[in-house]
Write a protein that binds this ligand. Structure first.
Ligand SMILES: *Cc1c(COP(=O)(O)O)cnc(C)c1O
Ligand code: SF4
Length: 393
């Protein structure tokens, strides 16, 4: 038996029978939220071969798993791509040989004082509204705030953030994230989005990042969609890392968001053992585009504490990209990025298909091209700039 901590047994589905019989659509999302597993030992009667990790992993990052997500986990296989993302492992306590921290993207440094707005890029801001998620990912890049008692975003910080955006005419794009903005009630979201639209009419593009859509699709209700539509949210980005996370229930709720006239994007984290495989990625992005959701970014795993075992080497990421470009539908191919340490920002990871080289006789340059199958051709005309005299008439 694994060691147990205190929990409310009435709410939790501690046996396989109870979990199998559970229908996430039978109750409100808030009720399912209260049933989340918050210790690996609580899954003892539900899954086999659970790694009995040291309690100290909880000191750094909590565990939370919705019953819906637990139902998707393989009962026996410890390498199930969903189990790997959500169950803690002893690797979290090993040292990687390079420095990790809780804020390796330097977001604190770019946060506007007194607010939860990260203003790093021109004309757009990241507005961190919530410090909770429905299910906690072991590789989370925002461990500094997500599920941390002192990471919560106070009401006055939200007000100060809206003030900042309202007072800064240059901001034309606001991305609500966290944590997960959909952990808020519809009323709270209605208020925040309404204030943003009312007080910052210069904001042209309003988008929300949420993994809760995937972790607990029943969060998406007609009422939530009405709030998003009312405040003209233009884009909802969801986060899926493996095709196993795509279910009929998810497809149904994604359609509900789309019917509210909202464009949808996908973000994916490249994770060793989960999706660092060409076939898995092709299937994930084709299933996503089939839903009408556009793959947007594939992120390199960040060098956050307790996640180094998920990092996929840079050269492998280039190979994965090459396994997509040319091989599957263009619109299904996301941009691969690495978020530079200390606030450098997102940097595209792109293999070079087109390269300019000096001609051997020094007379100029030529452009060397390589296609997805490895065929090459030189295009000397692209190495020159034909300076045309200005046209007159
Ligand atoms: C990712 C990110 C954005 C949005 O970037 P896009 O490339 O426009 O999607 C904005 N601010 C911060 C701090 C970010 O990390
Ligand atoms: S959903 Fe995103 S913010 Fe939430 S725990 Fe996972 S990675 Fe972190």
């Amino acid at each position: 038996m694994l060691q147990r901590v205190d929990f409310n047994p009435a709410k939790k589905l501690l046996s396989r029978e109870a979990l199998d019989a559970y229908d996430p659509q039978s109750e409100s999302w808030q009720k399912q939220f209260a049933r989340r597993y918050t210790h690996h030992a609580e899954l003892d009667g539900v899954l086999n071969n659970i790694e009995n990790v040291n309690e100290t992993v909880y000191k750094k990052f909590a565990i939370a798993i919705t019953p819906y997500m637990a139902k998707l986990m393989d009962r026996d296989d410890p390498n199930c791509p969903i189990r790997l993302q959500y169950l803690p492992s002893h690797f979290e306590e090993t040292k990687p040989g390079f420095a990790t921290s809780l804020d390796q993207l330097g977001e604190e440094g770019d946060t506007v004082p007194g607010t939860s707005v990260v203003h790093r890029y021109p004309r757009r801001v990241l507005f961190l509204v919530s410090n909770t998620c429905a299910t906690l990912c072991r590789f989370c890049t925002r461990k500094r705030m997500v599920s941390q008692p002192d990471g919560s975003v106070a009401k006055d910080e939200i007000e100060a953030s809206i003030d900042y955006i309202a007072g800064n005419q240059d901001i034309e794009d606001v991305l609500l994230s966290g944590g997960d903005p959909f952990t808020f009630t519809d009323e709270r979201l209605d208020y925040i989005l309404g204030e943003l639209r009312r007080r910052a009419p210069h904001v042209r593009f309003l988008r929300i990042g949420s993994r809760m859509v995937v972790q607990m699709p029943t969060r998406v209700t007609p009422e939530l969609c009405a709030v998003l539509e009312k405040h003209r949210v233009q884009m909802v980005n969801i986060h899926i890392n493996h095709p196993k996370e795509i279910t009929p229930l998810l497809r149904e709720r994604v359609k509900m968001i789309q019917k509210a006239g909202i464009m949808m994007g996908l973000q994916t984290v490249c994770l060793k053992g989960v999706n660092d495989d060409v076939a898995v990625m092709r299937e994930l992005f084709m299933q996503t585009i089939e839903m009408g959701v556009r793959p947007y970014y594939v992120y390199s795993t960040d060098m956050v504490e307790g996640a180094h075992h998920f990092i996929v080497p840079h050269r492998r990421m280039l190979e994965l990209y090459e396994g997509l470009r040319g091989w599957i539908s263009g619109p299904a191919i996301p941009t691969f990025v690495v978020d530079g340490l200390g606030g450098l920002g997102k940097l595209p990871i792109t293999p070079s298909y087109v390269r300019e080289e000096e001609l051997p006789d020094g007379s100029g340059t030529t452009v060397k091209c390589r296609n997805y199958k490895g065929m090459t051709i030189e295009m000397p005309g692209l190495g020159q700039d034909f300076h045309l005299p200005s046209r007159t008439n």
